[in-house]
Design a protein around this ligand. Sequence first.
Ligand SMILES: [Zn+2]
Length: 352
Amino acid sequence: MVKVVKNFVKINQYTRPGLKLSGVKGIVMHWTATPGAPALNERNYFNGTCIADKRYASAHYFVDRKEAQQIIPENEVAYHAHDRNRCYVSFLKPNANTKAIGVELCVEKNGKIHSETLQNAAELVADLCKRYGLSTDKIVRHYDVTNKNCPAPWVSDSSQLTAFRKKVDSLLGNKTISKTTASTSQPSKSTGTILKKGSSGSKVKALQKRLIAAGFSLPKYGADGSYGNETVQAVKSLQKKAGIAVDGIYGPATEKALQAIEAKKKKSSYKLPSDIYKVKSPMMKGTAVRQIQEALAALHFYPNRNAKNHGIDGYYGPDTADAVRRFQLMNGLSADGIYGPDTRAKLEALLN
Ligand SMILES: [Zn+2]
């Protein structure tokens, strides 16, 4: 069994509100998106800087290759899986923060989640499932709850969630492979990877948004959540372009093709300015500032996550400087809130 270190952060409004959970109905899996930071660093961040920054965030467990740091008691609320009243997983409605335990996977310097980290997390989650009487289909991704890109490697490849559930199942001594459907109000929203004409729900909507962003437009109906002829046509165009079987059905091969197109787009979409940006009076503003803000937001360092568009407004004000400072702090840079060549290089390394 993984070593669990109880290392609770102090009670405070931003990371540990001290509210009681209304029971444990599921486990929400996350990744820290912070390459090279071990569990203890994360714990210290949530006991210090995160509070100082007045940022509402936390999770119960942080797991790395060595151990699991438990930073919030299991019967208390952590702020990990709620966003503007969104909750797409039926058994965690209306607010996953009050019904689930959040487990964060730490990330290696190379941006990947180490297999030992996954093993540790599986042991921890198996123990949680046993103690709370949860089947492994109650293990979901942050993505399933609010559509956030978290844990990103499990979003781009949903079979990793299935593999993780399987691992937990085998630790629990279950022979049956956990169901990948059912248990949510929208079957298409779970980990099933086949969508086709007649499918509907938030998973279809998410696919449609990605199709549009990738250049396969849906001019008449847009991302309406129902897989009709227009979506069939868009998927067919994608399949044709990728040189795979053209059937208009979204499955693993189509997912792979779509990812390849997205990866190409992403490389070119995070352009970053090479000048120095900082808080000045009057404020520096414009496209370059927006590029910095978008790159930060893509890595979850929002200028202001409670503001409109997460505070991405094209102005280099205190919020943006603060996001830069948090990013620098978590990435071993000198945390001065000034965007320059080092910060740029780190952002680029993480995004591309
Ligand atoms: Zn998350």
